[in-house]
Design a protein around this ligand. Structure first.
Ligand code: PEP
Ligand code: MG
Length: 585
């Protein structure tokens, strides 16, 4: 028995038999070829591409047509379409043929050189979306490579027993084929919290750990595996005592989860009557059912960047409208806060070309980009307004740093309203307008901004980044990314008090809002709403319903007497673990 530690990306505990999926790179060597063999080699390559296409189309058909096995990927078929698109891509296909011809080398080696060059380009872009596209290229080139060397691919769809999948990486085509009732969990060598695999695991509620580095080297098919998706620990061939221990942990965890569901329809109110709204952050419309299942009272942050992803052109007004209308229909009578395009920084980029910038996080992004590209902005605003006729929508502008920006954004919103009136298109004339408070200058002039809008939403992900000068995606300074920094607590208090003095409400929609350990601190800070990953809602509700506002205030007062994050964190953790032993075990 031994243990490995990775990145926990989807919670839960599961024990099962390992199924090693051979998705490792096919080995190949450089082979010079004779001039007269060049055409044959090119042909061989094109055949491998053709075979790859046929395999993907057949996977797609199987998923689309299969009813009995309930594969889980219906909603993700578009990812396979992206892979099919790559098989037509000039940069990949034509370049490989050119390389075979120019360098007179075998197709495998030519493909490898081309993929390496493409990846170099992707690696230099500090953008999560592009990083994911880089792994798509890798997956597709591996498929071509396997066809070149005649290596059969194990198909996940055929698996007929309950298993835990172990793979170097899982391609979207892999995850889309998984039969939900068979795959109990998965472990991969590579990956991060934002990789496709992680996102998929969370939405499917399958325990998963990624970034294990060498799991495929150390595990044999049939090994017994325990995944602890809460702590990120994998136990390989556990002894009887450990199996027993984890069976008990699983029982406790499942029991705890079940208990949490009691809270889903109850209001988030403390024992002494302090009410707070718990809403969900979502990126995809598919998340609405889970959101409702977990008891969210609305959507506090709908990130619209995903509408611009995975496509060659910009979304039309009709496309925007259809999504927003479906969201409103899905979440009504609760409200939804739609954030206008927050492109740039670490955000996904689509075909919209942003200039290379030295500091993209501080560059032409979010509202700055929208105020420059007014047509893109207006298209989105028109669709939001049109959808507002069908349910309660609030519109929220990201990255506001000063008064002129919010006035200009509101001016454009008014222009769009006028044009809709002119067209006799109905919309909610009293639509609420708010801003993300995530830049220190906005904090300082919160009193002035509060006169311009109906609500604030604190974006701690960026607010921490800009207040503490910590790049939110740089792992080298991650240790300094401290939500309970004394400066942050004072900052949040200032925002909340200023908003309340002006009579407007304040929400928090950064990741900090869903951290169980911080809940009482956030309650005492006076936030009216916390918007989080919907899976966190029942836990947070449970803690709130078992607490007293009075006690939360005492905790916060003590935090304000401390001068370092270390002291505050230690104190808050101790208090929370003592008060709620079941929730932090
Ligand atoms: C934030 O900055 O806290 C936030 C919620 O928005 P995003 O993570 O999309 O920047
Ligand atoms: Mg932000």
């Amino acid at each position: 028995m031994y243990k490995l530690q990775g990145i926990a990306v989807s919670p839960g505990i599961v024990t099962g038999k390992a199924y090693l999926l051979d998705r490792k790179r096919v080995r190949h060597i450089e082979k010079p070829i004779k001039v007269e063999s060049v055409e044959h080699e090119t042909q061989r390559f094109l055949e491998a591409v053709e075979n790859s296409k046929n395999q993907l189309i057949s996977i797609k058909d199987k998923i689309a047509g299969s009813k009995s096995k309930k594969p889980i990927g219906h909603g993700h078929l578009y990812i396979i379409d992206i892979h099919l698109m790559f098989l037509e891509d000039k940069m990949l296909i034509d370049e490989t043929i050119n390389t075979i011809r120019k360098k007179e080398i075998n197709a495998e080696w030519a493909l490898r050189l081309v993929v390496k060059n493409i990846q170099k380009v992707f690696d230099n872009i500090e953008d999560e979306y592009f990083k994911e596209r880089s792994s798509d290229i890798m997956h597709i080139s591996e498929r071509i490579m396997r066809n070149l060397v005649g290596k059969e691919e194990q198909s996940i769809i055929e698996i007929d027993e309950e298993i835990i999948i172990i793979a170097h990486d899982l391609s979207p085509a892999d995850t889309a084929q998984m039969a939900l009732n068979k795959v109990k969990g998965f472990l991969t060598d590579i990956g991060s919290k934002t990789s496709h695999t992680a996102i998929m695991a969370r939405s499917l509620k399958i325990p998963a750990i990624v970034g294990l580095e060498r799991i495929t080297d150390v595990i044999n098919g049939g090994d017994i595996i325990i995944i602890d998706g809460i702590s990120g620990t994998v136990i390989i061939n556990p002894n009887a005592a450990t199996i027993k221990e984890y069976d008990q942990k699983k029982l406790n965890y499942d029991e705890y989860e079940k208990k949490l569901f009691v809270y889903k329809k109850l209001p988030a109110v403390t024992k002494d009557g302090r009410r707070i709204i718990l809403s969900a952050n979502i990126e995809l419309i598919d998340e609405i059912p889970t959101t409702i299942e977990y008891g969210a009272e609305g959507i506090g942050l709908y990130r619209t960047e995903f509408l611009y992803m995975n496509r060659k052109n910009l979304p039309t007004e009709e496309e925007h409208f259809e999504v927003y209308k479906n969201l409103v229909d899905g979440i009504s009578p609760y409200p939804i806060t739609i954030r206008t395009l927050d492109l740039g920084g670490d955000k996904f980029i689509s075909q919209i070309q942003l200039a290379d910038e030295m500091n993209p996080a501080m560059g032409l992004r979010a509202i700055r980009f929208c105020l420059k590209e007014k047509q893109i902005f207006k298209t989105q605003l028109r669709a939001i307004l049109r959808a507002s006729h069908y349910g309660e929508i609030k519109v929220m502008f990201p990255m506001i740093s000063g008064i002129p920006e919010i006035r200009e954004a509101k001016g454009i919103l008014e222009e769009v309203k006028t044009s809709l009136k002119h067209d006799k298109t109905p919309f909610d004339e009293n639509i609420q307008v708010g801003i993300m408070v995530e830049i220190p200058s906005a904090v300082t002039i919160a009193d002035l901004l509060a006169k311009e809008v109906g609500f604030f939403s604190i974006g701690t992900n960026d607010l921490i980044q800009y207040s503490l000068a910590i790049d939110r995606v740089n792992e080298h300074v991650a240790y300094l990314y401290e939500p309970l920094h004394p400066a942050l607590l004072r900052t949040i208090k200032h925002i909340v008090d200023t908003a309340h003095n002006a009579g407007i409400s304040v929400s928090m929609c950064g990741e900090m809002a869903g951290e169980q350990e911080y809940i009482l601190v956030l309650l005492a800070l006076g936030l009216d709403q916390l918007s989080m990953n919907s899976m966190s809602i029942p836990r947070v509700k449970k803690i709130l319903r078992s607490s007293k506002y009075h006690d939360a205030n005492e905790i916060l007062n003590n935090c304000f007497k401390m001068s370092t994050t270390y002291e505050i964190e230690k104190y808050v953790r101790q208090e929370m673990h003592t008060m709620f032993p079941d929730d932090f075990s």
